[in-house]
Design a binder for this molecule. Structure first.
Ligand SMILES: Nc1ncnc2c1ncn2[C@@H]1O[C@H](COP(=O)(O)OP(=O)(O)OP(=O)(O)O)[C@@H](O)[C@H]1O
Length: 672
C-alpha cells in the first residue's frame, strides 16, 4: 500500500550568518570589531579567512529585519504543502541565538523569528480558511544534560534551586521522562511530551512564553542569561484541503472525495552555546552541564562533518545520529526529510574571534548537507487521491465508450467497476472520518499504518474521557478502542492492498495471454510459409533432376547409335570430331551440376535460418507460458494468504469481543 506521496527534491541546508552589534560589556572592555562583510556579497571575512554563505545579516550585510522573509518565510509556505522544516540557531554563548529566534522571555520576543513565524502562519491560515480546515499544535522541549524535558508540562514543578545560585529543572516524580522514538519509516517522535492544541496566535504565543520561562537558565562568566540547554519549539500544522468536486457516472457529486489531508512540522531550535567548557569558567555542576552540552554539539559537529563530506556521503559512510539526544532528534532535519535553515550567530568582538571562526567553519560545512524533503500525506488520503484519479479515468473511459459505440457489455463492466470503486471509496472515507474522530490529533500525523499502531495516548485525551467513566474503565476501553481502531485501519489497508494486487496481477495475466496468442499466431504463420517454400523448392529440384536424367539418357542413346553407324560405314577420320563433341557435352553437364550444387547449398542455409527463427519463437512461447504459470501461482498464493489472514482476523476479533465482555463483567463485579 502506498504510504505517502514522495516527490523527493534534493536541497541543501541553507546557511545564514547573523552578526550582532558589539554589546555593552564588550564596549566597556574596549573590544574591536574583527568581522567584515564584503559589500553586496554574502561573504564574511575574519582575519585571513573568508567564507561565503547563503545570506549574511547584521553589520554591513543585509538588515536583520529581512532575515525572516528570505530564510524562514519559504519554510512556512512549505508547511502548507506538507513539507517539514527546521530552523537552527547555532553559535557561542552570547552570540545572539535566543535573540534571533525570539525564544527568550524578553529579548527579541517581538522581533525574533518565532513571533514572525506565528504572524505568517496565522495570516496564511486566515487567507486559506475557505479552502481548507487547519489544526495547529505546539510542543516545547529542552535537552539538558542528555535528558529531554517537557517545557509545557503543566504538572512540572518548574525551576528549583540546585546548588549555590544555580537553577535547574526537575520533572514530577512518577512522570516518565520524554522518550525519543523512531518509527519504522524513520520518523522521529517524542513520546510523553505535551502537545497543546492552539487555535489563536495569542494561545501559541502563550505557549512560547510559558516554555521560555521554564527553560533552564543560569549565569556563567560570559552571559548572565546563558542558555545551557538546547530548546526546540515545534509547530505541527494539519490541514484538510478541499479539492475540486468529483462526480459519479450519473453526475452526482461525491462529497467524500473532496478532501486531502496533509501534516507537517516546523522545528525551531535554539541550540546551547557552542564554546568550549573551559571558556565558561564553570566548575562543579555547571562544568558537568558544559560537558553534556558539548556532547550534543560535538555529535552535531560529527553529523555535519559526515553529511557535509561529499565523498563520505557517496560512499554511504555511517552518520553518528545516535551519539546524542540532540542529533537523534534532529535526524530528520539533517540529511533527512526536512527543509532546513541554519542561522550561525556570531559576535563581532575581537575577544571572541576564535569562537567566531569555529562557528563560521561549522556553518560552512553544514552548507554541503543535502536533504530530501517529501510531502507528508496521510496514507488514507493517498489512497483516496489514487482512487479519485482512477475514478476520473474510468469516467473518461465510460464517456469514450458511450460516444465510440462500444458494446453495452463493456459499458456495463465499466459501470460496475465505477460503482465498486465508489463503494470502496465511501468505506475508506468513513474509516478515515472515524479514525480522525477517535484519535487524538497527534495520531493523525503518523505517516504509516505501523505508526498508527504504536501511537502514544496523550494525557489530555485521558482527562477528557475521565468525565464520563472511571479510570479503570476508561483505560480499558481506550486501550481496546485504540487497538480496534488501528486494527480496523489495518484491515481496510490490507483489503485494499489485496484488491489492488489482485487487480494488477489480473491485468498482468491478461497481458501475458495476449502476448502468447500473438506469438502462437506468428509461429503458425511462420511454420506455414516455411513448409510451402521448402515443398516448392524441393519439387522443382526433383523435376530438374528428372529432366537432366532424361537428357543424359537421350544423349547416351544418340551417341551409341552414332558410334554403331560409323563403325559399320568404316569412316575412321570423323572419330576425333565425335570425341570433341562428346567432351563439350560433358563439360556442359559439369557446369550444370555445379549450378545445381550451389542452389543446394543456398537451400540448406535457408533451411537453417528458418529452423533458428522457429526455435527462437518456440523459446519465447515457452518463456511466456512459464511466466503465466508463475503468475497464476502467485495470484492463487496471494488469494490464499489473504483468505487465511482474514480468517485469523475474524478469529482474533471474536476473541477480543469475548475478552472485552469478560473484562467489563469483572470490572462491574469488582465495583459491586
Ligand atoms: N542583533 C542584536 N541586536 C542587539 N542586541 C543583540 C542582538 N543579538 C543579541 N543581542 C544581545 O546580546 C546578548 C546575548 O544574546 P542572546 O542571549 O540571544 O545570546 P545567546 O546566543 O542566546 O546566548 P546563550 O547561548 O547563552 O543563550 C543579549 O543581551 C542580547 O540582547
Amino acid at each position: 500500500m502506498p504510504m505517502a506521496e514522495h516527490h523527493g527534491e534534493d536541497c541543501c541546508v541553507k546557511v545564514a550568518v547573523h552578526i550582532r552589534p558589539l554589546i555593552g560589556d564588550e564596549r566597556l572592555q574596549g573590544c574591536k570589531d574583527c568581522v567584515a562583510v564584503v559589500p553586496g556579497k554574502p561573504q564574511v571575512q575574519i582575519g585571513t579567512h573568508s567564507f561565503t554563505f547563503d545570506h549574511v545579516y547584521g553589520s554591513t550585510g543585509s538588515p536583520s529585519s529581512s532575515m525572516f522573509q528570505a530564510c524562514v518565510s519559504p519554510l512556512v509556505d512549505g508547511l502548507f504543502q506538507g513539507y517539514n522544516a527546521t530552523v537552527l540557531a547555532y553559535g557561542q554563548t552570547g552570540s545572539g541565538k535566543t535573540y534571533t529566534m525570539g525564544t527568550g522571555c524578553k529579548d527579541g520576543s517581538q522581533t525574533g523569528l518565532i513571533p514572525q513565524v506565528m504572524d505568517a502562519l496565522f495570516n496564511k491560515i486566515d487567507s486559506l480558511k475557505h479552502q481548507a480546515e487547519f489544526q495547529l499544535r505546539v510542543s516545547f522541549i529542552e535537552i539538558l544534560k542528555e535528558e529531554v524535558h517537557d517545557l509545557l508540562d503543566p504538572a512540572s514543578v518548574g525551576k528549583v534551586e540546585v546548588g549555590s545560585g544555580h537553577t535547574g529543572k526537575i520533572t514530577v516524580p512518577g512522570k516518565p521522562p520524554v522518550q525519543i522514538r523512531e518509527g519504522s519509516n524513520g520518523v522521529i517522535t517524542l513520546a510523553g511530551s505535551t502537545e497543546v492544541d492552539v487555535s489563536t496566535q495569542k494561545e501559541m504565543a502563550a505557549c512560547l512564553e510559558q516554555g521560555s520561562f521554564s527553560r533552564a537558565t543560569g549565569s556563567t562568566n560570559m552571559n548572565n542569561q546563558s542558555s545551557r540547554s538546547h530548546a526546540i519549539f515545534t509547530i505541527t500544522l494539519e490541514q484538510m484541503r478541499k479539492l475540486d468536486t468529483v462526480f459519479t457516472a450519473d453526475g452526482v457529486p461525491i462529497e467524500d472525495m473532496t478532501e486531502d489531508y496533509l501534516c507537517a512540522k516546523l522545528h525551531l531550535v535554539d541550540l546551547a552555546g557552542s564554546e568550549r567548557a573551559k571558556r565558561t569558567g564553570s566548575d562543579g555542576l555547571r562544568f558537568k552541564e558544559g560537558v553534556h552540552i558539548n556532547k550534543g554539539l560535538l555529535a552535531l559537529g560529527n553529523v555535519i562533518s559526515a553529511l557535509g563530506d561529499e565523498k563520505k556521503r557517496k560512499e554511504g559512510a555511517h552518520v553518528p545520529y545516535r551519539d546524542s539526544k540532540l542529533t537523534r532528534l534532529l535526524q530528520d532535519s539533517l540529511g533527512g526529510n526536512s527543509r532546513t535553515v541554519m542561522i550561525a550567530c556570531i559576535s563581532p568582538a575581537d575577544i571572541n574571534a576564535e569562537e567566531t571562526l569555529n562557528t563560521l567553519k561549522y556553518a560552512n560545512r553544514a552548507r554541503n548537507i543535502r536533504n530530501k524533503p517529501i510531502v507528508n500525506r496521510n496514507p488514507m488520503s493517498s489512497e483516496m487521491l489514487r482512487m479519485r484519479q482512477q475514478l476520473e479515468f474510468l469516467q473518461a473511459e465510460l464517456l469514450c465508450a458511450r460516444g465510440g459505440g462500444v458494446s453495452s457489455d463493456e459499458v456495463q463492466v465499466l459501470k460496475e467497476k465505477i460503482s465498486w470503486l465508489e463503494a470502496n471509496n465511501e468505506d475508506l472515507c468513513r474509516e478515515l472520518f472515524e479514525y480522525r474522530n477517535q484519535n487524538t490529533p497527534s495520531d493523525l500525523c503518523e505517516t504509516d499504518v505501523q505508526k498508527a499502531r504504536t501511537c502514544f495516548v496523550k494525557p489530555e485525551g485521558l482527562k477528557r474521557s475521565l468525565q464520563s467513566t472511571d479510570t479503570f474503565d476508561y483505560q480499558m476501553s481506550e486501550a481496546l478502542r485504540a487497538d480496534d481502531n488501528s486494527k480496523e485501519i489495518d484491515e481496510v489497508a490490507k483489503e485494499w492492498e489485496h484488491t489492488i494486487l489482485q487487480d494488477s496481477m489480473g491485468k498482468e495475466l491478461n497481458e501475458l495471454n495476449k502476448r502468447l496468442e500473438q506469438k502462437e499466431f506468428e509461429m503458425k504463420m511462420f511454420g506455414g510459409v516455411d513448409t510451402l517454400a521448402l515443398k516448392q523448392h524441393f519439387g522443382k529440384k526433383l523435376m530438374e533432376l528428372e529432366d537432366e536424367k532424361r537428357t543424359v539418357q537421350q544423349e547416351r542413346d544418340r551417341l551409341l547409335a552414332e558410334v554403331e553407324s560409323l563403325s559399320s560405314d568404316g569412316i575412321a577420320h570423323k572419330s576425333p570430331d565425335i570425341h570433341l563433341q562428346k567432351l563439350k557435352s560433358l563439360e556442359a553437364q559439369i557446369l550444370d551440376l555445379k549450378k545445381k550444387h550451389e542452389s543446394q547449398v543456398q537451400l540448406l542455409k535457408q533451411k537453417q535460418r528458418s529452423e533458428e527463427a522457429a526455435k527462437k519463437l518456440q523459446d519465447e512461447i515457452q518463456f511466456i507460458k512459464a511466466q503465466k504459470v508463475q503468475l497464476q501461482h502467485k495470484i492463487k498464493h496471494e488469494a490464499e494468504q489473504f483468505r487465511q489472514w482474514k480468517a485469523s482476523r475474524e478469529r482474533e476479533l471474536l476473541q477480543l469481543k469475548k475478552k472485552g465482555g469478560e473484562m467489563s463483567t469483572s470490572a462491574t463485579n469488582s465495583k459491586l
